[in-house]
Unconditional design. Sequence first.
Lengths: 349, 327
Amino acid sequence: MIELTNLTKIFNLSGDSRDKKVALDHVNLKINDGEFVTIIGSNGSGKTTTMNLIAGTYKPTEGEISLSGMPISHMEEFRRAKYFGRVFQDPRMGTTGEMSVLENLEIAYRRGKHHSPIRWGFSSETVRDYFISQVKQFDLGLEDRMNQKVGRMSGGQRQALTLLMAANDSRIDTRREFIQMNYDVASGPLNIELRNETDKAKQKEIKNKLKALKKECAEKAGKFYDEAKAEHARKVTKTSTPEEKLAGLVELSNKLHDYNGDRKILLLDEHTAALDPKTAKKVLELTDKIVRTKKLTTLMITHNMKDALTYGDRLIMFHHGHILHDISGKAKAKLTVDDLLKMFQEAGE
Amino acid sequence: MDIILNILSSGLPCVLLALGIFLTYRILDFADLTAEGSFLIGAAISAVMIFNGLNPWLATLAAFLGGCLCGVVTGVLNRYLKIPKLLSGIITMTAAASIAMLVMGAKDGNSSIFASTISFTNIVKGEGPQTIYSLCYPWQFNDIANRWMPVAPWAEIIKVAIMLGVVLVVMFGIYFFFGTEYGMAIRATGLNENMANSQGINANISTIVCVAIANGLIALGGSLYVQDVKTVSTVSAAGYLVVGLASILIGEAIFGKRSFKNWIISVALGSIIYFVIVTVATRLGLPTELKSLLYAALITIALCLPLIKSGFKKLFHIRQDIPGEAR
């Protein structure tokens, strides 16, 4: 769950008052797990600012962003990267053109994890098989071009690859990382309590509770991790076929990620704007497929009214740094493009 | 034989220099002017340590670490104090000149730290200052070798062999490190910082690590160099940045950069070719005052080589292969 409270961003705050620009003005928003939200609004209305604030490109002037209760607004961008997958408008931004498809996928596979200076950068054959199986569902012929530089691909292929990198499950954690992740998620509600509590004695009580929770997490999650690993070791041995190894890897990965509930949040910033209509449609369909099958929480900015209506189950309209409309469920299903255009006109007046 | 050994003994330390500059300039896209400073620091540190009779291998290691420190300073200036890349390099380079003087304990910055040149024949085993080359010189072997081949410059050969050993170890080290998870993260930072950030890579740290390693290698080159020429002054590093840059450009233009492995080898060979050209030109009687002009011409030609190549192809109507599946 993402929660924005009183989120404000003012650019050029310290400079000349004429240069001051309020991009976001006390925005409150709550997005539930698994929701697919489309965001529309005219240029300069604060959509992209919101997304950049969530991802951490810059820090808010005021207000708080929390993720399942965990305050993140002062976390560095690279530190919160493990919770988010991003796709940018410019296909060149999300991938490294000078590296091969495989290398790009490897980097994404380790997002937010420890980068070892000793371990070889290319993971095992099984992980490679996993990448290939993921790429195959795109039907773009990428699976035969794994060792080619991404710079040689078309914009559509690059954007599809970025999408995959953003949505893919990351490497299976080490035992320590797994326990930490488990604690991060589990301590969310208590963290909110701690933030809202002013009484010193009660704060101490909550802190003690957090300590106990940490211990409990270490025990429970550690036990689960060991069992899952042991079971995996029983199923997959050195003599297993590549298919069995791949199935084992996916099973273990799903099991561990499900236990922690650390499904990623997908941030899509007009990711089809630079593509031709046919490719854009294909990439959007892929997006929808991935979001639905992986049950990802998704925020999608778009300027295409039709796409905003076709995809997603909630629609938010920004205007001058405020949320003007927030329509979900059946009301959204009834909306037409004309309604949206009317909304835009009303906002302009 | 003599000229080959001459080229190799002056070229191999510069391979390390070129590799160091390659790491910042090509991998990180960081025009790092610290190079001359760290080359000097490396030379000064190992010269002083050797002069005081410490183990030369220890002196070489200390030079590497000193260079790393220079790199860390440049990196911190750039990443945390937000000073532009070019300027932070210049700042460290300027500071390094002073520090090198302090290390050498010389006020006019010109006095030679090795009071006299150490000639190999006069070194007694285990006594007085030793360089890594003299340390590895098999003294027992000396008499036998001289009896067999009295004219062969054994000391020179051993020196070049040790240099070659160090260079090969470094090249393999670079190849391995930039293939590891962290090396990949550094490469991603250099190529697309935006992507690195959104993939959870701490761009500040990875930049500093890469600049530090690069400058460590440059200082290592300085250390090998000073143990060869046995004298160092604060001006002896001047012009080495150009040498390193020219090596990279020549290597890339001639041997290409198809894969990372290929790229490292290209840079190393480029450095050797550079010294072949310079040495041959000197032996043919090129006046000293025209040397800089030769360097400038070399860099220009190296930069224009792709253009010249395609021009030749057009001239002779050679069909250019359209880059298809693989380059």
